[in-house]
Write a protein of this length. Sequence first.
Length: 131
Amino acid sequence: LNSKLVLNGYTITDFATDITLGPVNGDGRWIETEGPGGTVTRSRNIRNLWACSFGLTVGSKQIDFIEGLAIADEKTGAGSFPFTFSQIDGTHKVVGSCWIHENQNATVSKTPWSRQIVLHLFTNAAFVGRT
């Protein structure tokens, strides 16, 4: 992947799948309402809650790091954690704070697999350009 994901100051690199990144609320940038007499009003749909999902290779020590953050957050309320994502060519940049929304359960298997991680983000700044 031609991108950089930093979680709580630690660069995540052991990706087994693509990274999916976008607003949790997919309703668009505006909320439109049609009122009596055909009047139409619109209001800005503030989309600060985003999701970032990716798979990590089995055996990656980064799974332990992420699980440690999740446990610290559950036990002490340590989250949310600093988060940055950028593509090397500059087309996507997201900065904010995140928490571990889902860390897929471990599976014992004869074949290689990946652990799916889902982060929820409160974005301070987001630019998602061409892909």
